[in-house]
Design a protein around this ligand. Sequence first.
Ligand SMILES: Cc1cc2nc3c(=O)[nH]c(=O)nc-3n(C[C@H](O)[C@H](O)[C@H](O)COP(=O)(O)OP(=O)(O)OC[C@H]3O[C@@H](n4cnc5c(N)ncnc54)[C@H](O)[C@@H]3O)c2cc1C
Length: 437
Amino acid sequence: MMGMQYHELVIVGGGAAGLFAAAMAVDKGIDVCILEKNPFCGKKIGITGKGRCNITNTKPWEEFSTHIHPSANFFKSAFRAMSNEDTIRYLNSIGLPTVVERGCRVYPESMCAKDVSMTLAAHIRNNGGTIINSCNVIECSTVENSNDNEQSPETPVAGFTISYEQAGRTCIMQGRYLLLATGGLSYPATGSTGDGYAFAQAFGHSVTQRFPSLTALVPEAYTSTFKISSNAIEVKNVEAGLEVNGSEVQREFGDLTFTDGGIEGPIGFKISRKAVENLINGQKMKVHLDLKPAVSLEALIARIERELEQAQGRMNLNQLLRKLLPGQLIEAFCKSNALNANVQIGSRKEISRLASLLKDWQFRIVDYVGYNRAVVTAGGVSTKEISQKTMESKLVPGLYIAGELLNLDADTGGYNLQIAFSTAALAVNHIAARNSE
Ligand SMILES: Cc1cc2nc3c(=O)[nH]c(=O)nc-3n(C[C@H](O)[C@H](O)[C@H](O)COP(=O)(O)OP(=O)(O)OC[C@H]3O[C@@H](n4cnc5c(N)ncnc54)[C@H](O)[C@@H]3O)c2cc1C
């Protein structure tokens, strides 16, 4: 056991929430230290937004909030304390120019995700904050207080003891306040291995059921139906309906991608949260894909009839489908629906069946792709035990939790990083306000 350091605020995890919190902390004159497992902070930030980092989304709260799960209500105060617009202004002010793209998505002007973490880390270091990399936190506890009886929820405990391993040694740090910002379980290679759940549990916190979200859904017999090598098949402007135990629970319009993992892409991801949660809980799941949502079934039948008429009986199903679908999709469409692409179709019944399949291609979902490839973790530290006005634990005064570790997640579009930034900022605001009391 070696060395003992003290900092007013100790942050476990130098990801999006940890870095943002420390940047805010140095601005407010708080003596802060980040303990990060990786040799550098923000490894996950570096791969966000396909390497470009979709920092946030400029949509107003009314719309923004519809993308937050399981309840936007818990997030409201945090968003008020550090809104999407505040975040952009703040990042700009510390040297990260940003641009707004399609779908109100905000990116660094450089289009380089690493610039986000590097700008934050530089701001922390340049303003007196401490970052200790390559240290793996193994335990967090409260410092025993000799006058325990005098404790009330308003008075912080004397502080926290944090044990971590660094270069084969076990070290101890103490802090007056502790912020857990260790992230979730997705993409564990980035350092987010879910350690924070155990830390929170050791303080008495409960953790809700966790499951991968924003991930691929795997239909029955997928790999034998879809022969996807490196190129995924993208279908644009389609509609996907999610059916659970026979009833439709969600319907989304947009683009969808068939990858080597399964059904994903923007609307695949959107339905994945409900789908995975229900699959885990043993429910029966189907995805209904409408490849022609802009036309009615009758109009589609008429269109097919017109095509066949023009071809005067010289068109087989494959040639007909080429006029209706992306070429790479035809083989899978025929295989999945037991259609022979080499024969001619002509009877009213065949045309009607084909149109129905194009409007309602059904996939029985039997699996999902796990944390290795899921963008976020749904579920986490129960928000019932965290004050939504401060992000402070209701069980242990002085303990704060921020980011994906909480039972809070969102759709794609910059919302998840905003959760990390806003919850981190709210925690630091509270610590600063406490200090000035
Ligand atoms: C491929 C991918 C793309 C994404 N793209 C976007 C996007 O464009 N926009 C968006 O809004 N969201 C995106 N997300 C989601 C977003 O990155 C996360 O929601 C966000 O990073 C969560 O922030 P966090 O600080 O809570 O956790 P993280 O960023 O995961 O940080 C947690 C940190 O804690 C450290 N840590 C963990 N355990 C310990 C320990 N025991 N000791 C010390 N350190 C520890 C980890 O090493 C890590 O650095 C993406 C996610 C993925 C996987």
